[in-house]
Design a protein around this ligand. Structure first.
Ligand code: PMP
Ligand code: GLU
Length: 398
């Protein structure tokens, strides 16, 4: 058989999307699984977005658009960045792509040369290291854990910088930990970065979902603006995961380079989705945060009450990232009498899915193999049911 490229051989499928597909296949076969795996809001896409998309179709707005997105949408995004984030960008400093996932890939493709290092605070979202490696870069983990509330410190950052450091990736609020950097913490990191020539990739896709610590963009700091890529999208804020619209704001020469790249890969994002995105802007309902807060408070308190679990209360996004160390090494007895020792969190997650019918994602793909991720972007009733199932499952471990 003809072989695959080294690149293709080195890549494994996204664990978040794989477990979601596996869960959906079980559900389609009639298994009653509670899906806490994929990070996807359970709210509906706003009607304003859907109606704008329908209007686009009926008006035959179904042809190629400008590669970097229609001017109207880029202007509206610029306005949003100004009003909500106090960031000044012109429409020429914005590129719209097929999801923030493509936005990030465009960035890595545009700035990385072979063996360039990208500082990547752990736990990280699963696609960052894979995308960096696909672009021949080297992800350099900056390890954090519960003891630092999953946040890097300025000193840690300074120690990690080498002549090979090309960029740092910041993701606040974070997937998978929900950690949110305060204004002071962002300023302290910026102070270190200002001494070096390093790009900043600031993934702000969960910006609207913060509880008590307001979101701050590092690009608000004057010295950072010209080296920063602000990444955002419509998937999380507007429950538009399937429409595939993300964007980047950055200095014009960087946007132009990404646009050239995109012109040869996907060209413009879907014309219909762009109109939907335009319809969505400004419709975020702040009540959503209260709903998520109730869920967060419930799931954190309930999990911490279970034997063997340790869970930090996150400040943002819709994930919790409990430590499952207390469950490792314990033995599970199946209904047929078979005994299994749980040796890794991967195995724990597999048993939770198959035996307890609760779908969560192991922390190994997030660079934190002692933890697992729960998405609480689902109803309280589902969360209650999931906790009840986990409690029974854990009580059967010896
Ligand atoms: N960044 C983070 C941190 C994410 O969790 C996701 C997952 N949706 C993305 C980017 C990509 O989002 P999308 O491609 O749906 O815009
Ligand atoms: N970002 C979401 C998650 O982490 C969606 C799936 C994906 O693209 O990884 O679950």
């Amino acid at each position: 058989m003809l072989d695959l490229s080294k690149r293709a051989r080195a890549i494994s499928p996204s664990p978040t999307l794989s477990i979601d597909s596996k869960t959906k296949a079980l559900v389609a076969n009639g298994v009653d699984v509670i899906n806490l795996s994929v990070g996807e809001p359970d709210f509906s896409t706003p009607d304003q977005a859907s109606l704008a998309a329908i209007a686009a179709i009926t008006a035959h707005f179904t042809k190629y658009t400008a590669v970097n997105g229609i001017l109207e949408l880029r202007q509206a995004i610029a306005q949003k960045l100004l009003e909500e984030n106090q960031l000044h960008y012109s429409a020429n400093e914005i590129i719209v792509s097929t999801g923030a996932k493509q936005s990030l890939y465009n960035i890595f493709m545009t700035i990385l040369n072979p063996l360039d290092e990208v500082l990547l605070p752990t736990p990280y979202w699963v696609s960052y290291p894979e995308q960096i490696k696909l672009c021949d870069g080297i992800p350099v983990p900056l390890v954090t854990d519960e003891s630092s509330s999953f946040k890097i410190t300025p000193r840690q950052l300074e120690h990690a910088i080498t002549p090979k450091t090309k960029a740092i990736l910041l993701n606040s609020p974070s997937n998978p930990t929900g950690a949110v950097y305060t204004k002071e913490e962002i300023a302290a990191l910026a102070e270190v970065l200002a001494k070096y020539s390093i790009y900043v990739i600031s993934d702000e896709i969960y910006e609207q979902l913060t509880y008590d610590v307001p979101h701050v963009s590092i690009a608000q700091i004057e010295a950072m603006r010209d080296r920063t890529f602000v990444v955002n999208g419509f998937s999380k804020t507007f429950a538009m995961t399937g429409w595939r619209v993300g964007y980047v704001a950055a200095p014009e020469h960087l946007i132009r380079a990404m646009s050239s790249l995109q012109s040869h890969t996907t060209a413009n994002p879907s014309s219909i989705s762009q109109k939907a995105a335009l319809g969505a802007l400004g419709t975020f309902n702040p009540q959503t945060i209260n709903e998520y807060r109730k869920r967060r408070d419930y799931i954190v308190a309930s999990l911490n009450a279970l034997d063997g679990m340790e869970c930090v209360k996150p400040e943002g996004a819709f994930y919790i990232f409990p430590k499952a160390k207390g469950l490792i090494g314990r033995t599970l007895t199946l209904a047929n009498g078979e005994k299994h020792t749980i040796e890794t969190v991967d195995q724990l997650c597999e048993f939770l899915l198959v035996e307890a019918h609760v779908s969560v994602v192991s922390g190994s793909g997030f660079g934190a193999p002692d933890n697992f991720r729960i998405s609480y972007a689902t109803s309280l009733a589902n969360l209650e049911q999931a906790v009840a199932r986990m409690e029974i499952f854990f009580s059967h471990l010896d």
